[in-house]
Design a binder for this molecule. Structure first.
Ligand code: ADP
Ligand code: MG
Length: 455
């Protein structure tokens, strides 16, 4: 019974905290095997996580739990290193409840966040506006208020990684879902569109696929740059687009670059993307970064001094996802060491966490650079060529792609001629092992990575 309640609660949590917080604090939790009906015991991987949750999230988690079961009176966090029953059990707790030493056998519920669809966390209200994104936000809001009725059809939002494209796209979806409950809203990434389409072809199911996407009222497609080079998927999307457009349905897209510069996309598609309105999101300026940091800190009832917020805003990259990450690390550090959040503490952490910008480099560029280095034709890396040198070069390229970009294993595999993610994992392990033994390979890889970063 508790497993069920916890699973639902975890889903609520995923919709109310950002991904970093979810991954850091909640996704590692396991339900303890306790027989007590009124106290839910959650096992954290270590003492630090359980203490942190106890201090910062206990009330919030409890109130979410109680939405699903009014029987629950208390929640306690214990660490698996030292799983003890709560030191001060609530009166209702049975004194015989065994200590939660074993982890429960419930199925893992990690996939909650990665499920396709809308996440309520992405709302217009939680989107901090600054000069770099205010136009995009206004356009998104206008579309959400009157989907299909404005001139902004399609609306295309483009900009760099971690700048809020998905946030706005999903905010439109959430808004429309609640303002127009009878509207059929679909959100997906272009990668999902591609995978589902391929599946439909395999299973002789294209009719269902086609009608699913051509009958919605609002279609939100994230990261359309991924359609690049996928001819039949582009064709399918072209017809979907036309059908929706002709019927006055709203389409909203995002991409990492302005449509005119997207490579590997058919001209007719690019021209359609430009029929409505294309808006860009620029990296946030200092004021906006500080406002975002302030907002994130408030979400945890954290009081971070203004000068500290400015220090972070000035020294951390403009990628908002990284700003979120740094707040979590600061929090984590301050709670382990039980110190206040001071500028000195933050300086140490910022210095340690600022990483070279990831994911600016495209996979095409990685493949091209590795191919040039090893003097192997690019096409051989992508296709099924099994020659030993080619296979090695392909593995090196996959290894580098994983190390210097944020692309998922799935995406990397797909860019290497549609290989699956286990092949990518295998390649990464293989190269990792070789690197340890082979100094010249290490040098080669460092050289390639450096040349990718300099450009
Ligand atoms: P993108 O899709 O452009 O790569 P996301 O929309 O995923 O970026 O944003 C990354 C993270 O930053 C998300 O957690 C998002 O909620 C947050 N974020 C981005 N822009 C803002 C903003 N203006 N205000 C508040 N949070 C933001
Ligand atoms: Mg995104």
């Amino acid at each position: 019974m508790h497993a069920n309640i916890w699973e639902k609660t975890l889903k609520d949590i995923a919709e109310s905290v950002d991904e970093h917080r979810y991954q850091t604090w909640f996704s590692p939790l396991r339900l303890a095997d306790n027989t007590d009906q009124t106290t839910l015991v959650l096992v954290a991987p270590n003492r630090f996580v359980s203490d942190f949750l106890d201090q910062h999230y206990k009330e919030r988690v409890l109130s979410l739990l109680r939405r699903h079961s009014s029987q629950i009176r208390d929640v306690s966090f214990v660490s698996s290193e030292n799983a003890q029953p709560p030191t001060d059990p609530p009166r209702e707790a049975k004194s015989t409840s065994p200590p939660p030493q074993r982890q429960s056998k419930q199925p893992p519920v990690r996939q909650v966040v990665s499920q396709p669809g809308l996440n309520k966390r992405f709302a217009f209200d939680s989107f901090v506006v600054g000069s770099g994104n205010e136009f995009a936000k206004s356009a998104a809001l206008a579309v959400a208020e009157a989907p299909g009725k404005t001139k902004f059809n399609p609306l295309l939002i483009y900009g760099g990684v971690g700048l809020g494209k998905t946030h706005l796209l999903q905010a439109i979806g959430n808004y429309v879902r609640s303002a127009y409950p009878d509207h059929h809203v679909l959100y997906l990434t272009s990668e999902e569109f591609y995978l589902q389409f391929i599946d439909a072809i395999k299973n002789n199911n294209t009719k269902t696929f086609t009608s699913r996407y051509r009958t919605c009222d609002l279609l939100l497609v994230d990261d359309v740059q991924f359609f690049s080079g996928k001819e039949s998927t582009q064709e399918e999307f072209f017809y979907t687009f036309n059908s929706l457009y002709q019927n006055g349905k709203q389409i909203v897209l995002t991409s990492d670059l302005p449509p005119a510069t997207l490579k590997g996309l058919q001209d007719r598609l690019i021209s359609r993307f430009q029929w409505g309105l294309c808006v860009d999101i620029q990296p946030p300026d200092l004021e906006t970064r500080v406002a975002i940091l302030k907002r994130k800190a408030e979400e945890d009832n954290l009081n971070i001094p203004e000068n500290v917020l400015y220090y972070i805003g000035e020294n951390v990259s403009s990628n908002i996802r990284e700003l979120e990450g740094i707040i979590i690390r600061i929090l984590a550090y301050a709670s382990i060491t039980k110190t206040d959040i001071t500028i000195d503490l933050v300086k140490t952490i910022v210095k340690r966490s600022v990483q070279p910008e990831k994911a600016r480099v495209s996979l095409d560029h990685v493949i091209q650079t590795v191919a040039d280095f090893y003097k192997v034709p690019v096409n051989n890396i992508r296709d099924k060529n099994r020659r030993k040198e080619v296979a090695h070069c392909r593995q090196v390229a996959m290894y580098i792609a994983k190390n210097i970009t944020n692309f998922s294993l799935k995406t990397i595999g797909l860019n290497f001629g549609g290989r699956d993610h286990s092949t990518v994992i295998h390649a990464i392990h293989q190269i990792d092992d070789l690197r340890k033994k082979d100094a010249s390979l290490r040098r080669d890889i460092d050289y390639i990575i450096n040349s990718l970063k300099i450009e």
